[in-house]
Design a protein around this ligand. Structure first.
Ligand code: MF3
Ligand code: CO
Length: 270
């Protein structure tokens, strides 16, 4: 399938989906505490979808059983919510997608349960900042792997982290996963040209150790093969006709974090 280019009206619908995702992730972040389970977080997301007349992107996707992915500590992505109570120091990665009027939003955060190991805190901070640098590197007329390169070079500048090879970002629109696939590493200047109306999910996944992963017998949960802690952040953004990006799944459209990188966001979806 070719890359799907969205009109401004279509991006307005994607913004609605993005705000549902942002709202749910905020609620889940606030709920994280010792004793809470990842199934409790899933229930919060279900409730939020209902309230907003939205539907889940993940439920039944290739048979996926829940509305969120929740990956704890050495689980990096695609963890299935369960009844294990969180404990102080856990790193919880939550991935969530919602559909409004047929248009998807997809985002993820990693959150520590109260006080975490400082090296885990840095892992999360590096992962999140690499995502913002990736989005900030996306320019109309530039190329897809400009994003990949910005993500990777920031991570590498911060220390020795494993960057997952088999998983990456993706186009997003009337399906959660569209072309193009977006690697979190590589040289700049490659892949399709970035154009107005393109929407992409940028989602670095890194560990404190290896880039090598294993999939558990549940056929979903991706864990680091050296059991090192993982982190995952994701936002969906679009390039607008004023040539500027807008982060569909960020409450402020990315104004603050992209602004800090000297990148102005589009005013067309505000
Ligand atoms: N949201 C994930 C991604 O960012 C996909 C989740 S897999 C699912 O690409 F099966 F849970 F949907
Ligand atoms: Co995604």
């Amino acid at each position: 399938m070719a890359i799907q280019i969205k009109t401004l009206d279509q991006l307005k619908l994607m913004r609605k989906a993005g705000l549902v995702v942002a709202g749910a992730l905020d609620l889940m972040r606030s709920a994280i505490a010792p004793g809470v389970t990842t199934l409790d977080l899933d229930a919060i997301a279900v409730e939020h979808l209902k309230k907003n007349n939205a539907t889940p992107s993940f439920l039944n996707y290739h048979g996926y059983p829940n509305v969120i992915c929740a990956s704890v500590n050495h689980e990096v992505v695609h963890g299935i919510p369960n009844a294990r109570p969180m404990v102080v120091g856990d790193v919880i990665s939550i991935d969530f997608g919602a559909i409004v009027d047929g248009w998807h939003g997809d985002a993820a955060i990693s959150v520590g349960v109260e006080e975490v190991d400082p090296a885990d805190k840095k892992l999360m901070d590096v992962c999140e900042e690499s995502m913002w640098r990736g989005i900030g590197a996306a320019k109309v007329g530039g190329h897809l792997t400009d994003i990949s390169h910005a993500v990777e070079s920031y991570i590498v500048s911060q220390g020795k982290y494993g960057i997952l090879r088999e998983y990456g970002g993706h186009g997003i629109g009337t399906e959660m996963h569209q072309e193009p696939h977006l690697l979190n590493y590589g040289s700049p200047g490659g892949g399709p040209e970035l154009q107005v109306g393109l929407a992409l999910a940028v989602e670095p996944m890194i560990t404190r150790g290896t880039e090598k992963m294993k999939v558990l017998s549940d056929e979903w949960t991706v864990v680091s093969s050296d059991s090192s802690t993982g982190a995952h952040f994701e936002h969906s953004f679009a390039l607008l006709s004023d040539g500027k990006p807008f982060v569909l799944t960020a409450a402020d459209g990315g104004r603050e974090r992209l602004g800090a990188l000297g990148v102005e966001i589009s005013s067309l979806l505000a």
